[in-house]
Every structure is written in structure tokens, then in C-alpha cells.
Design a protein around this ligand. Structure first.
Ligand SMILES: NC(=O)c1ccc[n+]([C@@H]2O[C@H](COP(=O)([O-])OP(=O)(O)OC[C@H]3O[C@@H](n4cnc5c(N)ncnc54)[C@H](OP(=O)(O)O)[C@@H]3O)[C@@H](O)[C@H]2O)c1
Length: 217
């Protein structure tokens, strides 16, 4: 698959690393084109990328892809969904954001909604929005595992085929997809991760190196 990641920060690095490991083609785009080129060059050196990673400007990258990942803060994700929504018909748009306040005490979205649902509303009904990767810390994505156990990636979305495409992306990169159903479940995933983030400063802290895992018998 062709994956375009908007943003060139920590999560862009982590998700791109897993997508490249899965054999996909990755394009990085960012508001500062120099940062997109820098990350693409870094990934090219680190991964066995075989020319499968590069940087491009937003419009070209969005038009020529299967999946777009918004690896930016929540407000930026909502704005980008609104501006690119009309050209994203049929494509999968992944929202990874955690809409948390600065002290990690609360979500900044109102009860009864979620960042993912607001991104979907901004993008319009033609965009197949999926929530994924919001519970996986960036450094753990680079490694793909914690203590030898693959990360769980929780996937929520109203379009089943979109959830399946994201599950394929996740599994190809050596991670464990967990399909949680409709996009409304992003509310729980965002709350889940608020607690996970707060625990980095409580209970001894985990150095942003922990994962949320469903262990089955
Ligand atoms: N870090 C984690 O472990 C983690 C885990 C799960 C989910 N998330 C979520 O992932 C998203 C990205 O987090 P991150 O840790 O990768 O952050 P980051 O390292 O700070 O990178 C954020 C990226 O977004 C870009 N950006 C910021 N404001 C923008 C705007 N208004 N328009 C376009 N681009 C903008 C930044 O560009 P500049 O550098 O040029 O400002 C940068 O490329 C957030 O929504 C976060 O909640 C993070």
C-alpha cells in the first residue's frame, strides 16, 4: 500500500518505521518541507527501505496514496481533515491524536464525542476515518514491541473495509491489530490513553516505554 504521513515528528517516525517494515511505500509531508526531507532521509538510512520512502508536498502526497495518517496535534488534524476532505474520497484517513490537556488531567473534547469523530465531521462523509495508533508511544512503535511482545494497535472506524485495511497495515509491520468496532469507540481509546500518559508521571513512571495490551487466555 501507499501510505502518506502528514507530520514529521515522533509518531511520523514510528508509524513510518512499521509501515516500511511491512513492505509499504511511505511519503512524508509536513508544513516545513525541510523536516519532511530530513525524516525521509533518516528513514531511508535506518530501514531496509529500498527507495520506498520519500518526501513530497501535501497535495501530491495526498492525491497519490491509499492511506493518509495525520501525525499532528488534534487541532491541526481537524483543520487538515477539513482542507483535504474533498480530495480524500475513498481513501482511509487515520487519526492518531490524543486530545489531552497540558496537565494530563482531562480530555479537551467534550463528553459524548472524540477527536476522531470531530476529525471525521471535519473531513466529510466521503472520508473513511479510522482511529488507530493513539495508544502506542512513538518509541515503542520504532521497536514494534515491549519486552519482546508485539504492540496492540486498537482500531475504530465506521467503515469495516477501512478498519481491515488499517489492520493489514498494522499486522504487516509486526504489530497486533485489535478491531474495536465503530468510530464512537475512539472515546474510550482516547480516555484509555489519557490514563496511560498520566501514568508516565505516577506509579513510578514508565519512561514512555509502556504499552496497553489485551492478554487473552
Ligand atoms: N508521541 C507519542 O508517543 C504519541 C502517541 C500516540 C499518539 N500521539 C499523537 O500523535 C500526534 C503527533 O504527536 P508527535 O509526538 O509525533 O508530535 P511531534 O513530534 O511534536 O510532531 C508533530 C508534528 O506535527 C506538526 N504540526 C504541528 N502543528 C501543525 C499544524 N498546525 N499544521 C501542520 N502540522 C503541524 C509538527 O510540525 P513542526 O515540527 O514543524 O511544528 C510536527 O511535524 C499527536 O496528535 C499526539 O497526540 C503521540
Amino acid at each position: 500500500m501507499k501510505i502518506t504521513i502528514i507530520g514529521a515528528g515522533n509518531m511520523a517516525r514510528g508509524i513510518a518505521t512499521r509501515a516500511l517494515a511491512g513492505g509499504h511505500t511511505v511519503t512524508i509531508t509536513a508544513k516545513d518541507p525541510g523536516k519532511a526531507v530530513q525524516l525521509a532521509d533518516e528513514l531511508c538510512e535506518q530501514a531496509d527501505a529500498d527507495g520506498r520512502v520519500g518526501a513530497a508536498d501535501d497535495e501530491a502526497a495526498v492525491d497519490q496514496t491509499d492511506i493518509v495518517v495525520l501525525a499532528v496535534p488534534f487541532e491541526a488534524a481537524r483543520q487538515l481533515a477539513a482542507s483535504y476532505g474533498p480530495r480524500l474520497g475513498g481513501k482511509v484517513l487515520i487519526d492518531i491524536s490524543n486530545p489531552v490537556d497540558a496537565t494530563l488531567d482531562a480530555l479537551v473534547v467534550a463528553p459524548g464525542t472524540s477527536a476522531a469523530e470531530q476529525v471525521a465531521e471535519a473531513g466529510g462523509p466521503q472520508v473513511r476515518v479510522v482511529k488507530a495508533f493513539n495508544t502506542t508511544f512513538a518509541n515503542t512503535l520504532v521497536d514494534g514491541q515491549v519486552n519482546g511482545t508485539p504492540l496492540d494497535v486498537f482500531i475504530a472506524g465506521d467503515d469495516q473495509s477501512a478498519r481491515e485495511e488499517v489492520a493489514d497495515l498494522v499486522a504487516s509491520g509486526g504489530l497486533n491489530p485489535v478491531d474495536v468496532g465503530a468510530l464512537g469507540h475512539a472515546r474510550q481509546l482516547e480516555g484509555f490513553q489519557l490514563l496511560h500518559m498520566a501514568l508516565q508521571f505516577r506509579a513510578g513512571g514508565h519512561g514512555w516505554a509502556s504499552m496497553i495490551k489485551i492478554v487473552t487466555p
